[in-house]
Design a protein around this ligand. Structure first.
Ligand code: 2P0
Length: 347
């Protein structure tokens, strides 16, 4: 019996304008647009193979070698179901197509980075799942259209469908039809921009993004102001900075938006504190580094955890790696606070 299969690798993305808050939690429709940089898939990515066959008896999933229950995850069921429905409509138009939409699938998904390191894996994970389903089912939809399917798996995953600089337009429609990702600029547009990841802690975060952002929407007074008057202007300014390769502006907005996202987390009730003392030390180091250099040489950003991502021009990376290695020396015996530094060329 025939087995059909497809394999795809999708990278992680790191937001410079943060997504935090849903206006519709089940469709994963955000309260604000966001913008990110997709990292190189050589370093942080998910590789997913999906096979389907008339012989398979049930949908099955192996995540980093361990079998998980697909039916226990509404998001997995939703994204796989949406891709199947798209395939089914193609089969209805063309009876010669094999009825893959009716076959059970087997999914094998692996991250090429330590899952324990606490780096975002849902973005690359759902992007790889949906891209692999798109290939397996030979779906005619564009990448932007498929990003809507990735979105119902995990919001930030829609941005990992593209390389380079990617905006997730929040959209206006209630059904989410216009809430999807769009490439703002290709990676090749700004090859000089690099990323350095400082893994400050490998502990699992205490408050998940999904739960945390909903509490923020319900309780934070600052949040409403951020969504109403701050983010729309920042989206425009950030797109301009990227188009003009204006690192000083890119860096300022990136740091300000990271700071505001964490301020809004602290304004949540009960408060959510993702950054720790080491994270705050990293922000001080970057501002001191920029002051010593006399120009904006580097920017930090933090997601829903204490790990730092530093964006900087290539010419700064050597100094930055040496500086962080000196300030947070790596110790193999005792887990140091910053135990992993590595310059990542972007896609
Ligand atoms: C972002 N984060 O823009 C922001 C910044 C975390 C901090 O996207 O509920 O894992 O799956 O849609 O995508 C984390 O949120 O949440 C996130 P769901 P997701 O990258």
């Amino acid at each position: 019996m025939a087995i059909y299969s497809a394999t795809v690798t999708s990278p992680v993305n790191i937001a410079v304008i943060k997504y935090w808050g849903k206006r519709n939690p089940s469709l994963i429709l955000p309260t604000n647009s966001s913008l990110s940089v997709t990292l190189s898939q050589d370093h942080l990515s998910t590789r997913t193979t999906i096979a389907c066959s008339a012989d398979f008896e049930s949908d099955r999933l192996w995540l980093n070698g361990v079998e998980e229950d697909i039916s226990a995850s509404k998001r997995l069921v939703n994204s796989i179901g949406t891709a199947r429905a798209l395939r089914a409509s193609e089969e209805a138009k063309n009876p010669e197509l094999a009825p893959l939409s009716q076959y059970k699938i087997h999914v094998c998904s692996e991250n090429n980075f330590p899952t324990a390191a606490g780096l975002a894996s849902s973005a690359s994970g759902y992007a790889a799942l949906v891209s692999a389903l798109g290939q397996l089912f030979e779906l005619p939809q564009s990448t932007a259209e498929l990003s809507r399917v990735a979105r119902v798996g995990s919001g930030s995953a829609c941005r990992s469908m593209f390389g380079g600089f990617v905006a997730w337009r929040m959209g206006e429609k209630e059904d989410g039809e216009d809430s999807m990702a769009e490439q703002v600029a290709e990676r090749a547009h700004w090859p000089d921009l690099q990323a350095l990841i400082l893994v400050v802690s490998d502990k699992k975060k205490a408050v998940s993004s999904t739960a945390g952002m909903q509490t923020t929407v319900e309780t934070s007074a600052l949040f409403a102001e951020r969504v109403r008057s701050v983010v729309p202007a920042r989206m425009q300014a950030m797109e301009k900075a990227i188009k003009e390769r204006d690192f000083a502006e890119f860096a300022k907005i990136t740091m300000q938006d990271s700071n505001q996202f964490h301020a809004v987390c602290l304004d949540t009730y009960p408060p959510i504190a993702y950054m720790n003392d080491t994270s705050h030390a990293v922000t001080r180091i970057i501002h001191a580094y920029n002051a010593v250099k006399g120009y904006t040489a580097a920017a930090y950003t933090f997601d829903a955890g204490p790990n730092a991502v530093i964006y900087a021009p290539k010419s700064e990376m050597r100094d930055l790696v040496q500086l962080f290695s000196y300030l947070f020396p790596r110790d193999e015996d005792v887990l140091p606070e910053v135990f992993y530094t590595n310059p990542f060329g972007l896609v």
